[in-house]
Design a binder for this molecule. Structure first.
Ligand SMILES: Cc1cc2nc3c(=O)[nH]c(=O)nc-3n(C[C@H](O)[C@H](O)[C@H](O)COP(=O)(O)O)c2cc1C
Length: 470
């Protein structure tokens, strides 16, 4: 079985293959009523297109999405209708004959050998089949849609070529990456530093001229993400992004923030000091790459993805014949990218968009639940206010009765005092007082007895004072 689904909240499922008639994607979880700018989607897909320069494959395809469901064309533009969003891409510029020589002779480091072992002869591996870089086209479609939705809430995702071979571009400012530092144009090699860009393009073109390929890396920034996104332990921000990212063929590594460099640093160098910026908690540096404990901390998420050199090269390579179990050599025909990295830039952005969208839906659900809980708690407070008011009412009635009874008791005590005076007896009777205190303490019970006794002591004293005063 091939696993071609990703995500829960925003689920994507891809099907088709490089040289099949079509490649399809179904997106589930896009809400109804969302406007999708299809021209922007197409512009995004065009950034991934091949056939445009000396350092990409000569295979040229229209890469136009044919939307079969989930989107209605209205006078206001394309609006989602809540149904699964299905897009189909037609493969027209195929040359399967290029791949006949490789039916049983796998390209070193491509998926030809492993897919043959796992899926056998039945799988169509021409053009790389399901393992082709072309399968990132539907990913870019889904990513472009997800990105448009997230951009409306201020979340931006942008990437550039960070390195080709040993030539490095400038890095994003980790605490404030600039989305305008790299023009997002079709056919444009997306690098920040012009001189590095020229050297990288020169090196790729030279490798291509030599029939070889070269690897490199992409740096991506996600800005505008609130703190609190990510579901540790196992659906953390890093694992969710990495899971999606490794669905892009040729990805060999991913690092967040200072990544592997953290392993060379001291805590005092690597820790990101907390500061208050514009009334919010922020960090002064961003070695964490905007993620701590698998949860976004509100700083830009910065990550780098490493791509291996394109496995299909035109130099003679040692390989085997899988059917005959003999060693042989392979010199490829066909059209290939001498370097995957420039075309992979929008793929990395798209993978981030799909992963982050999934986590954002969970985050929103939690925020919504927290708001409901808060409302309930406030309702609970109002309930408590009602209770207090009702109990106070009961106390008021008890007090009305109690004050009248105390007053009555004082009158009775006064009458006794008068009788004592008449009889020439002593008014104070400590024995009788002790008897009263014992009695009321028993009536009040074990817990409250002592307290009631004290109240009665005071009552007896006040009664005496009343008798003296009047
Ligand atoms: C945008 C893109 C374009 C690619 N183009 C090619 C190509 O032209 N030739 C090739 O051999 N591999 C190409 N690949 C890489 C292979 O698909 C990949 O190396 C292969 O499926 C084996 O998978 P793995 O490298 O992840 O192990 C491309 C990958 C991407 C993302």
């Amino acid at each position: 079985m091939m696993s071609s689904k990703y995500g829960q909240e925003l689920q994507i499922e891809v099907s088709g293959a490089s040289h099949a008639p079509t490649i399809e994607i179904v997106m589930r979880g896009i809400p109804a009523g969302v406007k999708v700018d299809m021209e922007e989607v197409q512009a995004f897909l065009n950034r991934r297109k091949g056939g445009q320069n000396a350092y990409s494959t000569k295979r040229a395809e229209a890469d136009t999405p044919h939307v079969e469901s989930g989107l209605d064309e209205t006078p206001k533009g394309f609006i989602t209708n809540g149904q699964p969003l299905k897009a189909v891409f037609y493969n027209s510029n195929t040359r399967s004959s290029d791949y006949e020589q490789m039916r049983y002779v796998p390209r070193p480091s491509h998926a030809d050998f492993t897919s043959y072992v796992k899926y056998g002869d039945s799988m169509d591996r021409s053009g790389g089949g399901m393992f082709s870089g072309r399968m990132t086209l539907p990913i870019c479609f889904a990513g472009a849609v997800a990105m448009q939705i997230m951009e409306k809430r201020g979340i931006s995702i942008f990437a550039h070529v960070a390195s080709i071979g040993n030539i490095k571009d400038d890095s994003f400012n980790p605490v404030n990456p600039d989305p305008n530092s790299v023009p997002r144009k079709e056919g444009y090699f997306p690098a920040i530093n012009k001189s590095a860009r020229d050297r990288m393009v020169g090196y790729m073109t030279a490798c291509a001229g030599d029939g070889d390929s070269v690897g490199g890396s992409v740096e991506c920034a996600i800005t505008g993400l609130p703190a609190g996104v990510g579901e540790p332990l196992y659906d953390s921000m890093e694992s969710t992004i990495a899971h999606m990212m490794f669905g892009i063929p040729a990805v060999k590594g991913i690092e967040f923030g200072s990544g592997f460099k953290c392993g060379t640093m001291k805590g005092s160098e690597c820790n990101d000091p907390f500061i208050i910026k514009d009334g919010h908690v922020a960090t002064e540096t961003n070695h964490s790459g905007g993620i701590q404990g698998g949860i976004s901390n509100g700083m830009p998420v910065i990550l780098r993805v490493c791509f291996k050199p394109t496995p299909s090269i035109y130099k003679e390579q040692r390989t085997v014949n899988m059917k005959e179990l003999t060693e042989t050599t392979l010199t490829l025909a066909g059209r290939h990218d001498p370097c995957i990295v420039p075309r992979a830039v929008p793929c990395v952005e798209a993978a981030c968009a799909i992963a982050v969208y999934n986590l954002l839906v969970k985050y929103d659900e939690q925020q919504e639940k927290a708001a409901i809980d808060l409302e309930k708690a406030q309702e609970g407070d109002n309930g408590a206010v009602h209770n207090i008011e009702s109990l106070r009412g009961q106390i008021d009635s008890v007090d009305t009765e109690l004050a009248a009874l105390i007053s009555k008791r004082m009158d009775l005590a006064g009458q006794i005092a008068e009788e004592k005076v008449k009889a020439g007896l002593q008014i104070q009777n400590p024995g009788r007082e002790a008897e009263v205190l014992e009695h009321v303490s028993k009536v009040a019970g074990f817990e409250k007895g002592t307290y009631v006794k004290e109240v009665y002591k005071s009552l007896i004293a006040q009664t005496r004072k009343y008798e003296e005063d009047f």
